[in-house]
Design a protein. Structure first.
Length: 497
């Protein structure tokens, strides 16, 4: 079967109307922005099919939609009250689910559910059955009993929640497209040697925190399971889904808060508790498996009381039965992320070559057009007794395997922001995080972005927390530019000075 489009967008037309009638619609903006973000990950813009209302007549419209659905790899429904009441949307979904898909291209769901507006009141049970078990990408938050949609507008009032959700959607679709288009056989349990982490489903009060941990793990190149909602219609189905995911994982993370959470229809125990129990059994059978149990700071104290007696009992029992192979943390979410990385990448001893510590390696990443501007930087670092490994992005002689090897092995990283644009820089900063998924064992001794010429507004406004240093010099290179970066590399333990 041939596929002429990567993505099919399914939506109710009313969801693409700007309430003020002045700007592009919500779906228009999604279709404009999503391919750009995917391009940052894959290096090409996916082809998107969506009904742009240019067709007239039900017969022509239905035929065009059938062709678009059947020739698309991925289906993105924009779920809203209008969507679940639209006969056209339901037909599109049913058509997509009815088309046989080659098994060798993967078994995960090719449906990425975007939740624009939650289903409330009489519509709560109207969601199509094909979408109910999917986690989805929420573009709203509840403020009390009222849902508030994230704003897609740009400018001073830019809503970063919208862009976080959009980047998450683009990243996951990119991963799926990479597997579907560039793999000729069924994906292995650990593609590219990735480690998998079981990130347990949480109650609703910790959804944001779980997403933060999930995003960081994915950015570091790890696999995260479960990747769909656990079934709740039968306890056995719940248990089987958890056990199947655990069979691929080296570590589990449990985030436990104030709320008891959902329960299977035939079991009074919470889904949170069932997962904790099953991972404890799994750890008892596999000594190499480790569990991290995280509780927010202040929980179970007078400051943060738990109203649900079932949850009080569960947490008290959990605290009393922590055993070897399990670590209980009551820290910040950032400390949890740090501890996960420490468990996945335990410190190793420095190796020696010819009886002495090896030279420290600086990984210099730049566009091929910046080969000449980075020469003074390379020469300076070489004179400082550092081994400089250069990656010329865009050079066909620089294979991706070489890039991943350097991400895994080099001590420090320096990204040169010259002829590239900011999305190019962001892509390479994400690669620095993915290095841990490629087997990197230690944190970078130093990491920096060097912002060089030519001057433009992207560079003048560039800020990031993803590296330790941002160095800006639009003129000629000066050794003092790298003073702090070089000091950090030298002060790290091990290696030549």
């Amino acid at each position: 079967m041939s596929f002429t489009h990567e993505i099919f967008i399914s939506y109710g037309w009313l969801d693409d109307e700007d309430p003020a009638g002045e700007f592009k619609g919500w779906v228009d903006l999604l279709v404009e922005r999503l391919p750009r973000l995917i391009n940052n990950n894959l290096g090409y813009q996916p082809k998107i099919w969506r009904d742009e209302r240019s067709l007239r007549g039900n017969d022509r419209l239905k035929a065009a939609i059938d062709d678009g659905v059947s020739q698309s790899l991925i289906f993105v429904p924009i779920v809203s009250p209008r969507y679940v009441q639209s006969e056209w949307c339901r037909l599109e979904l049913e058509k997509f689910c009815s088309i046989p898909f080659p098994a060798e291209l993967g078994h995960r769901s090719r449906i990425f559910k975007v939740i624009k507006t939650p289903l409330l009141f009489h519509l709560a049970n109207n969601e199509p059955k094909q979408l109910r078990d999917l986690v989805g990408y929420s573009f709203y938050e509840m403020e009390g009993e009222m849902p508030v949609e994230f704003s897609p507008d740009t400018g001073q009032n830019k809503d970063m929640r919208y862009w976080t959700a959009l980047r998450r959607l683009a990243f996951d679709i990119s991963q799926m497209l990479a597997g579907l288009k560039h793999s000729t056989q069924s994906p292995a349990p650990e593609p590219d040697g990735r480690k998998f982490i079981y990130l347990a489903e949480t109650a609703s009060d910790l959804t944001k925190e779980r997403e933060l941990v999930r995003d960081e793990l994915l950015q570091r190149g790890y696999g995260v399971l479960p990747d769909q909602k656990l079934p709740l219609d039968q306890r056995k189905r719940t248990q089987d889904a958890v056990k199947a995911a655990l069979a691929q994982c080296v570590l589990s993370v449990h985030m436990i808060g104030e709320k008891y959470g959902l329960t299977p229809e035939d079991d009074a125990r919470s889904l949170v508790g069932i997962q904790e129990e099953l991972t404890a059994d799994h750890g008892a059978a596999d000594p190499k498996f480790f569990r991290l149990v995280w509780i927010p700071q202040g929980l179970m104290t007078p400051e943060v009381e738990i109203a649900d007696e079932r949850q009080k009992t569960f947490i008290t029992g959990l605290q009393n039965r922590i055993c070897p192979g399990t670590e209980l943390l009551q820290t910040s979410i950032e400390d949890l992320k740090t501890r996960i990385n420490e468990k996945l990448n335990p410190p190793s001893t420095l190796t020696k070559q010819n009886g002495r510590s090896k030279l420290k390696q600086v990984y210099l990443i730049c566009e091929v057009r910046d080969r000449n501007p980075v020469k003074p930087i390379k020469e300076f670092l070489f004179k400082e007794n550092l081994e400089v490994i250069t990656w010329l992005d865009g050079d066909p002689t620089s294979p991706m395997e070489y890039h991943r090897k350097n991400l895994k092995e080099c001590d420090a990283a320096l990204v040169y922001f010259g002829n590239g644009d900011e999305p190019w820089v962001r892509k390479n900063l994400e690669d620095l995080e993915k290095a841990y998924g490629y087997g990197r064992e230690n944190d970078w001794t130093a990491s920096a972005v060097y912002v060089g010429g030519p001057r433009n507004y992207q560079k003048e406004d560039f800020l990031t927390h993803l590296v330790r240093f941002v160095i800006t010099n639009f003129d000629s290179f000066q050794p003092t530019d790298l003073h702090d970066f070089l000091t950090a590399v030298r002060d790290a333990k091990g290696g030549e000075r």
